[in-house]
Design a protein around this ligand. Structure first.
Ligand code: TMP
Ligand code: ASP
Length: 254
């Protein structure tokens, strides 16, 4: 690992140069941050779980024809991905009111929205990822009109598909965040799904009890963060081979 060139280190992942041109290696760390890095902790095993959960969800999405950056998982903490030019937008899709939309619009947490609502946030840590309008995206050319249309339609497809997939596991997909990137292939450029889809980037509630199974456990100091992520993995039918967390917690990339 140390022989590889590190290209970028984010809050939850490190990106290394890939083995072939056009590829990268994403390494999932155990670090958890919230409120734009004001809160930080290391949660043993989180990286392993997110690597597996994201692998599973990206693979399922690939099978219904959503183009993604995922190529294959390399080990417990790493996956091989396609190199893209990240579009500086976080596409948030909400089915149920929770988090910032509640404060912003005075909605009660848990209210079902009349239809899925997509919001755009400008990826900029210094500004704390502000909410932006389509007008800003066009004016500052963060994404072209066709690119934005592609991202919106893919986000809605992802929402429909993942809502069903999680419902089958008795989990409500409250909201989630996606990131997209431009993949260049010769003269061609296409928009593909990038980053990760994991309990770090989704709100997931148990359908019966309403128990929070996502990163809000960390944001709100509820405890049992990795146990909840493992519960999500177990219910999705992944990590069947690892019935307890010992293997995950000791997993260091082998
Ligand atoms: P919000 O309610 O805080 O705006 O979050 C909406 C969704 O986006 C929620 O599922 C958590 C996810 N999210 C991220 O993945 N990364 C972030 O930096 C933030 C603020 C939210
Ligand atoms: N990921 C963001 C941070 O690290 C915010 C969040 O997920 O709450 O600050």
């Amino acid at each position: 690992m140390s022989r590889r060139k590190k290209l970028y280190e984010g809050k939850a992942k490190v990106i290394y140069e890939g083995p072939e041109p056009g590829t990268l290696v994403a390494h999932f760390k155990d670090d958890a941050t919230a409120f734009n890095n004001c809160k930080h902790d290391v949660l043993e095993g989180k990286g392993v779980l997110n690597n597996r959960i994201s692998e599973y969800l990206m693979t399922q999405l690939g099978e219904i024809g959503i183009p993604t950056h995922f190529i294959r998982r390399l080990n417990m903490r790493e996956q091989l991905i396609r190199e893209v030019e990240i579009i500086p937008l976080e596409m948030v899709c909400r089915n149920i009111a929770a988090g910032t939309i509640c404060k912003r619009l005075g909605l009660e947490e848990g209210t079902r929205l009349p239809r899925p609502v997509i919001e755009y946030f400008y990826k900029n840590d210094e500004l704390g990822d502000p909410l932006v309008a389509e007008e800003h995206i066009a004016a500052f050319n963060w994404a072209g009109p066709q690119e934005l249309e592609d991202m919106v339609s893919m986000t809605l497809r992802v929402n429909d598909f993942l809502s069903g997939l999680f419902a089958a596991a008795q989990i409500r997909l409250v909201d989630f965040k996606l990131e997209f990137g431009r993949q260049y292939e010769g003269d061609m450029v296409r928009i593909i799904l990038a980053d990760e889809i994991s309990p770090d980037s989704c709100r997931l509630w148990d359908m019966q009890s309403g128990k929070i199974l996502d990163k809000d456990r960390f944001r709100q100091d509820l405890g049992g963060v990795t146990d909840s992520y493992a519960e999500v993995a177990r219910r999705l039918g992944i990590m069947k081979d690892q019935p307890n967390l010992t293997v995950i917690r000791n997993g260091d990339g082998g």
